[in-house]
Design a protein around this ligand. Structure first.
Ligand code: KG4
Ligand code: ZN
Length: 355
């Protein structure tokens, strides 16, 4: 097949992204302009602020993506992909309008991509030449998502577990802030991991047992875990009255419980697959929280207990391609471009879009 070059935009939440990727798996550029500092203090993404930031940043991101890739949009780009959903409607519209207008002006085909499918298909790009084989399980653990997906083909996915309340990443962030941990460029979650992993020779105080939400069920719930920490702190009348050993017990207890929750659900997913005669050999774990080394160790251990004929292979795509990015959007559009299965310029957005 011919080499096809895609320019892709992603603007479904708070990152403005543009990238250039080819069908021979070359990532020519990957530009991400973050805006989390703008949303600090709103307890989430503020839609109007996010829309304005996308409007300001998208032209800059596109210009940089083309320059870094050293391509001319008129000569070298064969198609334009964008995130069609799910996401914040106003945010999605910034990327999709830009994509459609540019495509119309240049007479190029467009493909609108499902954001979650793009996350799920990333390992087919990043684990080349040994990509996971369908059907595979992917666990997406980030600030935005806590999701366990079964991918059975390039176009068919099934959500096995998701969360109705807080994501695992935000839960780590909240506990880290409650404990008053100082954090660096890697963020509050990474600070919690570092604090919990410190050397400590004395005994730790007993803080009681963390809850085990949705026990035996395929679903995630993190709110009760950080609420438990909140109650422990409140019982001592505030973090200022808590000594280092107690803080450490809370941090370790939380990290252990948060990861145990993932282990339990992953094993349940394997049971579900076995009952449905689906033979899974590959597990992919992605998202910001997947950089946690305790999590990596625990998941590797837990997969050893699964009853299979061949050992399960566990992989972690590089963090830069696990967080929101336009490379995954370009990659997820590629099989459609190659099959000439394009969308119309009139295609609408899907802010809510099941997988
Ligand atoms: O995928 P990601 O970078 O972007 C969003 O979805 O926002 O995920 C960020 C999340 C944050 O909540 C961050 O605290 C968490 O991932 N995180 C971690 C670690 N590194 C990042 N959580 C636990 N342990 C880590 N080492
Ligand atoms: Zn995402």
């Amino acid at each position: 097949t011919r080499n096809f070059t895609v320019l892709a935009f992603e603007s479904s939440a708070d990152d403005t992204c543009a990238a250039v990727v080819t069908s021979s798996r070359e990532i020519l550029s990957n530009v991400v302009i973050k805006q989390h500092d703008l949303h600090e203090g709103y307890g989430g993404i503020h839609p109007m602020i996010a829309i304005e930031a996308h409007q300001r940043n998208l032209p800059i991101a596109v210009k940089r993506a083309l320059k870094e890739a050293n391509v001319s949009v008129a000569k070298d780009i064969d198609g334009i992909a964008f995130t069609r959903g799910p996401g914040i409607g106003g945010c999605l519209s910034v990327g999709s309008n830009a994509a459609k207008t540019l495509a119309a002006a240049l007479d190029l085909p467009i493909v609108g991509v499902h954001h979650m499918q793009a996350h799920a298909l990333t390992p087919l790009l990043t684990s080349w030449p040994n990509p996971p084989k369908f059907p595979f399980l992917t666990l997406l653990v980030s600030g935005g998502h806590t999701l366990l997906l079964l991918a059975t083909s390039l176009t068919s996915f099934r959500i096995l577990a998701t969360t109705p309340d807080e994501s695992i990443g935000r839960s780590f962030d909240k506990v880290s802030r409650m404990l008053g941990l100082k954090w660096t460029a890697f963020g509050p979650g990474a600070a919690l991991e570092q604090f919990a992993g410190q050397q400590w020779d004395a005994d730790l105080p007993d803080i009681g047992n963390f809850p085990r939400p949705l026990r035996g069920k395929l679903g995630f719930s993190y709110a009760s875990l950080h609420s438990f920490v909140e109650r422990c702190i409140a019982a001592k009348q505030g973090i200022q009255n808590i000594d280092e050993g107690f803080k450490l017990a809370l941090a370790r207890g939380f990290q252990t419980a948060a990861v145990a929750h993932l282990e339990e659900k992953l094993l349940l997913a394997f049971e579900w697959c076995a009952q449905n005669k689906i033979h899974v050999q590959d597990v992919v774990v992605s998202g910001g929280v997947a950089s946690n080394s305790y999590l990596r160790e625990r998941l590797a251990e837990c997969l050893k207990t699964v009853d299979t004929t061949v050992p399960i292979s566990l992989s972690f795509p590089p963090p830069s391609l696990c967080t929101d990015n336009a490379v995954m959007i370009a990659w997820a559009s590629m099989h459609r471009f190659l099959a000439r299965d394009h969308d119309e310029y009139t295609i609408g957005l899907r802010p809510k879009w099941s997988i």
